[in-house]
Design a protein around this ligand. Sequence first.
Ligand code: MG
Ligand code: NI
Length: 555
Amino acid sequence: MKKIVIDPITRIEGHLRAEIEIDENNIVQEAYISGQLFRGIETILKNRDPRDAGLLAGRICGVCTNSHFRAAITAVEDAYALELPKNAQIIRDLISLALFLQDHVVHFYHLHLLDYVDVTDALEADPKQTSKLGHQFSERPYANSHAHYISVKEKLQKFVKAGKLGLFANGYWGHKAYKLSPEENLLLLSHYLEALKFQTNISQAIAIFGGKTPHPQTIVVGGITSVADMLNPQRLNDFIFIMKEAKAFIDRAYLPDMKLLVRGYKEEIKQGLGKGAGNFLSVGGYQFDKNHRLFEPGVIFGGDFTAIHPFDARQITENVERAWYDGDDICYTDLNPDGTLKTAGNRDKYSWIKAPRYAQKSMECGPLARILVSYYQGNELIKPFVDSFLKETDLTMEDLHTTIGRNAARAIETAYIAEYLFRFINTLVENIKYYDTATWKQYQFDTLPGESGGKAFLEVPRGVLSHFVEIKNQKIDKYQVIAPTTWNASPKDSSGQRGAYEEALIGLTLQDSQKPLEVLRVLHAFDPCIACAVHVIDAKGKEVGKFKIEQNCLL
Ligand code: MG
Ligand code: NI
């Protein structure tokens, strides 16, 4: 048995570590996923005014700022039993849904694509053939002119001629696991560059209702403050305009690109690479009229799609048997005498991430979980999006439960949200037209209960986010967060059950144990956000590892 350590492993929030045990055939036998930074926003929140919970919790992450901001305020509102005006709910949903589009596109192109696309190989592409290729996957392919591909190729050539790949440096270029043709590589890379503009535009859209982004600041306990923006037709139009452009990119570039990727890596999908334990969790949400919501709540156990169980928050527990905690205390004892971290084995503690469990089971959350649960719960809105993608790519629902399938689910979800986001805007406009302009639930803070508890469960881009707050004497007494990556990147628990990342790695074959590209694919496909998963910065948290992956990106 040989051990491989990959650290850090993400292109953002880069303090995720993977220790992999492979046998003599390079097949993964065991995996230890570790969050390497100890943070403690929950501790910082103690004794604070509950109305400040959002602004503080938003700092848990630099990427998921809005998700924590909103969840914290929602938990406090739950504690005070404050009912939100409809418009405030819609504005919050619009900010969240715009973030879904941004996160998913950034993830696909800037954080994950280069695991599948060989940059150096794109230099061999024929621009004319690339343009033809574009038409195979879309009736109106995005930025698909012959001239455009010539210019993209020239840009890439400049990097290479200068003797450095710039932002594309340090990839496993030339790895045998790269399977796309030069033209396919060039096409995807051209959209990599276009997606940078997309990212900027969506930020502007979020800022229309959020005040700014990252770290929007217009959500307050009881409502929202972006009242003037909501009531200004020009501001609404600006938002709609950006969203229409975003939808065009998603429909004409992202979704077709996903189909291309599925075709190129079909074999891996059919082999079931990246399949996990089959336990999926979704809390649902995003209701835009009386009878319609984007996502259904539900739980799937052991890959049995025929039985969707109702979601019950009381089934959630947290286990710290294999995390560096001892009950509520931190026990960070895994340093070697020379200050390096010990590698994990047998019964060791090995992560700052706790192990949340649902009905004692290790769960996967995120786009795939949402798609599966909503589809099998009979959500009529999502069904055509899933069915048409499967039909065009010749995949089954089972196939989605793989590494490439997780990416496909994310792309399907993005197209779905980009379509239905406009229904939320319609509802908002209707409300305003009929003089429902309320944005804040009036309350007297002094008269609210001094002691209370509240919780919030939200679907956010990476999965299920939950915040729990306990208030005493009008101050926060206890605070707790379980982020999507806490679920997915969790370590083992008392019963030895693996986390979702770990489970997905078992049985994977590495072509080259010195270049564990396959491991990166499996883990990146979950879109890890480790800042979210662990919450107190510790000066002792050291980076160690045999492989240092320094995939730069333009973020
Ligand atoms: Mg951060
Ligand atoms: Ni995050």
